[in-house]
Design a protein around this ligand. Structure first.
Ligand SMILES: C[S@@+](CC[C@H](N)C(=O)[O-])C[C@H]1O[C@@H](n2cnc3c(N)ncnc32)[C@H](O)[C@@H]1O
Length: 230
């Protein structure tokens, strides 16, 4: 699948996606959300960053998470394939200094940028939609030793591992758009991370909020950039 086809598919997704709320349950205007549920799960502390640190969001979508980090004083760079997502990010977060947005494929951006980041993350984002064998070396090269890589995604369906087709609905009268994603069991992610020069790898399924109709949890993967890959 070409970048142009993927970008078109993700523009379909962006047009259907509901905007992030104006404020969360605590009345905050910006916040970090690793999961598919509102007001749920850990926050920016997963990234172990401080003001002035630099951070890269791979597949930033409409930019809510990167805008939150910028509001906390970090230099946040959001990269996304979808022009439509970035239009929303630029419009909604125009008044947040410290956030910048780039339209690019995540792997192409990682190959081209000279920057080295204090942390790299991806929330249901490009890290789920790029082959780990390409993504992990590319991130390793663009994150400082000791920096955090974290990514969240849906846990795999039992027995369905590796490259999977993911369907983006286009309505009743059109075929869905198709993208590909990579699903692995938690221990397989930890092993992949170790093989690519990351240490202290964890991959944990966070339960869905209690009492809701939806029950699928969130796989949160985190590791520290170590020395040279094995
Ligand atoms: C499910 S959305 C999640 C967006 C955002 N992280 C959030 O939490 O709302 C996935 C995003 O990843 C982007 N994406 C997918 N593959 C990508 C790639 N190879 N390079 C850059 N962005 C990509 C899509 O355009 C889309 O905006």
């Amino acid at each position: 699948m070409s970048d142009t086809e993927s970008a078109a598919a993700w523009d379909v997704y962006a047009r259907a996606e509901k905007p992030r709320r104006q404020a969360n349950k605590w009345g905050e205007r910006t916040w970090f959300n690793w999961t598919q549920y509102a007001d749920h799960g850990p926050g920016a502390e997963v990234l172990a960053l401080g003001p002035g640190d630099s951070v890269l969001d791979l597949g930033c979508g409409a930019g809510g998470n990167a805008a939150h980090l910028a509001a906390l004083g970090m230099k946040a760079v959001g990269v996304d394939l979808s022009q439509e997502q970035l239009r929303k990010a630029r419009e909604r977060w125009a008044d947040v200094p410290g956030a910048e947005w780039h339209r690019a494929d995540a792997l192409a951006y990682l190959a081209e940028t000279p920057a080295v980041f204090d942390a790299v993350y991806s929330v249901f984002g490009a890290a789920w939609f790029c082959a780990p064998a390409s993504l992990l070396p590319a991130v390793h090269a663009r994150i400082r030793p000791g920096g955090v890589l974290a990514m969240s995604q849906r846990p795999p369906r039992e027995g369905c591992y590796g490259r999977q087709a993911a369907y983006i609905p286009r309505g009743a009268d059109e075929d869905p758009a198709i993208v590909t994603r990579w699903d692995h069991e938690p221990e397989a992610w930890c092993s992949l991370l170790r093989d690519h020069g990351f240490r202290e790898a964890t991959a944990t399924v966070l339960d869905a909020p209690r009492g809701g109709k939806r029950t699928v949890g969130t796989l949160l993967i985190r590791a520290i950039r170590g020395g040279s890959p094995r």
